[in-house]
Ligand binder design. Structure first.
Ligand SMILES: Cc1cc2nc3c(=O)[nH]c(=O)nc-3n(C[C@H](O)[C@H](O)[C@H](O)COP(=O)(O)OP(=O)(O)OC[C@H]3O[C@@H](n4cnc5c(N)ncnc54)[C@H](O)[C@@H]3O)c2cc1C
Length: 477
């Protein structure tokens, strides 16, 4: 059974504007609206736009036999902000299920219920009217599913834990077309699996998350020069290792090269700093805010709302660029991180002449306070903490440079892992949201969690629709 038959059946079932066929202007517009061109360059045979969870149920029921008995496949797209090619788009033997019209935000009894097609920006806006906040993407443009199914770091990670640990209920359409809730009492094994299991179990139509009182907080960015980077790493490690490390701070420390900073030589260092209490200039951030020398006119530290902070982060990226994210994890150890930074710096030198190149080495912590709150599938616990995520972010212009850029930074990660292993500071965890195709985050959760995820798949998707029929993303088998 071919994709053309599946399309024909879907066309007869839904209003004409819900199935957008390849080759039309509308298709071009939708298919170009991914963060990464590497995703947009895949062209599905059609894009299906459900308007309700009933539409998702009907779609799954229609499509299941075409995927299981034929070779038709589909992709599930939230906001399309994850750059791994094919994680939320598919080639022309498939249909992309684009959730953008599944909208709606409801706030009741301290819980925010978010339909799967929303982005975090509007959620923050509605919560702000009630003086509330939630753990969500630091970017207003991020989709809900990508973060709440993968783990998810937010401005509040140190205090509140991973985003997935703040989800109290997932409403999900399973492979048999049934819609169920997964929470601590209903389908608890599925609930746990979804906390880190990605798109392996079904199509989540609604996410219910805990909220908390949240006012404006202190945050922004500071730009400075490479000579200070090792001391910034040292300060970050010192802070994280304190027994009373502050649970209100969220610190990202980056260095890299960008054509955007050509006037300054291209090599930049940046701290993105947040302290989520209502307090100006908190002492805990001083070593990171007052680094000298710095580019004074680029210092944006100020009091800001969650929405303003998320809008500022969103401005740092734009859709339709060639980009690749990849990551590894090490224990918090300044010598390991300085060595990793040096490996990265050496590797980007030959790439400086590439058109539109930006490459960044970003450190984001998994503090002990966050690890203690883990009740998910990620395989992390506080006993090895604090941990540090090393994230490599790369943007470039020309398709001809794809292999060079990706191979260069794949080698950087391998060298960093080797070096950390030799120091006894390596950690296997790979964060799904920032993993590239050559990485295997699910295996990195450890055997026990991997087995539980497979068991949940065999129970809730016994025919393997979300393994064989939805090939994108990181699979269990
Ligand atoms: C500027 C910027 C800032 C970022 N900030 C953060 C941050 O603060 N914290 C963080 O952790 N990450 C962050 N990221 C990473 C980003 O959140 C991830 O790439 C995330 O996966 C994007 O979610 P999405 O729904 O838009 O992605 P998509 O590309 O639409 O989907 C990602 C994956 O999730 C699956 N999926 C999405 N929705 C559903 C659903 N409803 N049901 C089943 N499967 C689904 C898709 O099939 C796909 O495999 C950032 C990225 C950018 C570009």
């Amino acid at each position: 059974m071919a994709i053309s038959e599946a399309i024909e059946t879907i066309r007869k079932t839904f209003p004409i504007d819900q199935l957008v066929l390849s080759g039309t202007a509308e298709f071009e517009k939708l298919n170009k609206s991914y963060l990464s061109l590497l995703q947009s360059e895949l062209e599905p045979a059609a894009i299906f736009l459900p308007r309700s969870s009933d539409d998702v149920i009907k779609f799954v029921r229609i499509f299941e036999p075409f995927a299981l008995e034929g070779d038709a496949q589909f992709a599930v797209r939230g906001a399309g902000q994850q750059p791994v090619p094919g994680c939320s788009n598919i080639a022309n033997n498939g249909i992309t299920l684009d959730l953008r019209f599944l909208t709606g935000i409801e706030i009741k009894n301290g819980i925010v219920s978010i339909a799967a097609g929303e982005r975090w920006g509007p959620v923050y806006e509605q919560l702000a009217e009630r003086g509330l906040g939630v753990t969500g993407s630091r970017s207003a443009l991020g989709g809900i599913g990508g973060l709440a199914l993968a783990g998810g770091l937010s401005f509040f990670s140190s205090r509140e834990g991973f985003i997935c640990d703040n989800v109290i209920n997932y409403e999900i359409v399973l492979s048999n077309g049934e819609i169920v809730n997964a929470n601590s009492t209903e389908n608890p094994d599925l609930f746990r699996a979804l906390r880190g299991g990605g798109n392996n179990f079904g199509i989540v139509t609604r996410f219910d998350l805990k909220t908390f009182q949240q006012g404006p907080f202190w945050g922004g960015s500071v730009f400075y020069f490479p000579a200070s980077f090792p001391s910034q790493i040292q300060s970050l490690c010192d802070e994280l290792k304190k027994p009373d490390a502050c649970e209100e701070t969220h610190i990202m420390v980056s260095q890299g090269f960008s054509h955007v900073f050509a006037a300054l030589g291209g090599h930049f260092c940046m701290n993105q700093l947040y302290n989520t209490r209502d307090e100006e200039k908190p002492a805990v951030l001083e070593p990171f805010v007052n680094v000298q020398p710095q580019v004074d006119q680029m210092n944006s530290m100020r009091m800001l709302t969650l929405k303003e902070a998320a809008n500022e982060q969103a401005q740092q990226s734009s859709d339709g660029v060639r980009c690749a994210y990849m990551n590894t994890t090490v224990k918090v150890d300044a010598a390991t991180l300085i060595a990793a930074s040096d490996i990265f710096t050496k590797a980007f030198q030959p790439l400086k002449a590439l058109d539109g190149i930006t490459c960044a080495f970003t450190l984001q912590a998994y503090p002990v306070s966050l690890l203690k709150k883990c009740d998910n599938s990620l395989g992390l616990d506080a006993s090895n903490g604090p941990l540090m995520s090393i994230l490599l972010l790369n943007w470039w212009k020309n398709k001809d440079d794809d292999d060079l850029v990706i191979e260069t930074f794949k080698c950087v990660l391998e060298k960093i892992d080797e070096d950390a292993t030799s120091r006894g500071t390596a950690h296997p965890y790979k964060y799904m949201n920032y993993a590239y195709s050559f990485q295997d985050p699910i295996t990195s959760y450890g055997e026990d969690h991997h087995k539980k995820l497979r068991d949940a798949s065999m129970k809730y998707d016994p025919e393997g629709l979300f393994q064989r029929g939805v090939p994108g993303g990181f699979k269990l088998f």
